[in-house]
Design a protein around this ligand. Structure first.
Ligand code: ARG
Ligand code: MN
Ligand code: MN
Length: 299
């Protein structure tokens, strides 16, 4: 027996405008996540879904943020659930849902670590604040929120702030950063492997570099994997696809290397939208990536 994994679904679609991403957790379960991880020798406990408000399409008059109240409520529920899982000594595996769920996940996890590292595997930086956001969509903000930047009701979830430090973040796969996000990255000195660096170095060096970077500075590492980090060729079922992403094997190799590092202490897989997908290709891919992260080997 390898250890305990607790799965929780966050059927969240309030952080952006495209419908269907709330069905992400179902699509991932349908692709057999529980059976696949059990077959690797884990004790897998599927805790079901968190209840997310259905009250959509409000825009906060002050900040222009969409569905702010509902996202705050949902994030608090996600944080409480993840907190319980941590307390039980189980590995929290959160299924999204749009990327705004990371606000809740990090709020629930980070109090268990003095220096939590975060791998942000994504085409985007998700570092917008209400001032810099081109869209008002909260799924473009969770990393900034976790740094304590932006709307106070979001940054203060669980009553403490910030959840993480800028020097404990590594972004992998970025290729669509807004101007305000680029400024913030430079200002805070956040480590980013854009697709440019990934092309030049190759994924093995990038992941080795990430692991080495975290080795002495963190006491736990959360993997926040947005499926749009992969090329849309492999992950078509996402709401904000960007050309020129990681391919199938590069992404799996990254997961295999993270497993070998024994560094990852929690994870979430987000932005799976079965309505935009091709026969659940993206849901199936997500499960394959999870299997690699938890030690499935090719031989
Ligand atoms: N988690 C994501 N897919 N985020 C996409 C964000 C897109 C854009 N940067 C925005 O702020 O709206
Ligand atoms: Mn993204
Ligand atoms: Mn994202």
């Amino acid at each position: 027996m390898r250890g305990k994994i607790s799965i929780v679904g966050a059927p969240m679609d309030l952080g952006q405008l495209r419908r269907g991403v709330d069905m992400g957790p179902s699509a991932i379960r349908y692709a057999g996540v529980v059976e696949r991880l059990e077959s690797l020798g884990y004790q897998v406990n599927d805790l079901g879904d968190i209840e997310i408000g259905r009250d959509r399409l409000t825009t906060d008059p002050l900040t222009g943020l969409r569905n702010l109240e509902a996202v705050v409520q949902a994030s608090t529920k996600i944080a409480d659930k993840v907190d319980k899982i941590m307390k039980e000594g189980s590995f929290p595996l959160v299924l999204g849902g749009d990327h705004s769920i990371a606000i809740g996940t990090l709020a629930g996890i980070s109090k268990y670590f003095k220096k939590l590292g975060v791998i942000w595997f994504d085409a985007h930086g998700d570092l917008n604040t209400p001032e810099t956001s081109p869209s008002g969509n909260i799924h473009g903000m969770p990393l900034a929120v976790s740094l304590g930047l932006g709307e106070t009701t979001l940054t203060q979830i669980c009553g403490y702030c910030p959840k993480i430090q800028p020097e404990n973040i590594v972004i992998i796969g970025a290729r669509s950063l807004d101007e305000g996000e680029k400024r913030l990255i430079k200002e805070k000195g956040i480590k980013v492997y854009t697709m440019h660096e990934i092309d030049r170095l190759g994924i093995p060096k990038v992941i080795e570099g990430t692991i080495a970077y975290f080795k002495d500075r963190t006491d736990g590492v959360h993997l926040s994997l947005d499926l749009d980090g992969l090329d849309p060729l492999y992950a078509p079922g996402v709401g904000t696809p960007v050309e020129g992403g990681l391919n199938y094997r590069e992404s799996h190799l990254a997961m295999e290397m993270f497993f070998e590092s024994e560094m990852i202490t929690s994870a979430e897989f987000v932005e799976v939208n079965p309505i935009l997908d091709e026969k659940n290709k993206t849901g199936i891919l997500a499960v394959g990536l999870m299997a690699s992260l938890f030690g499935e080997s090719l031989l």
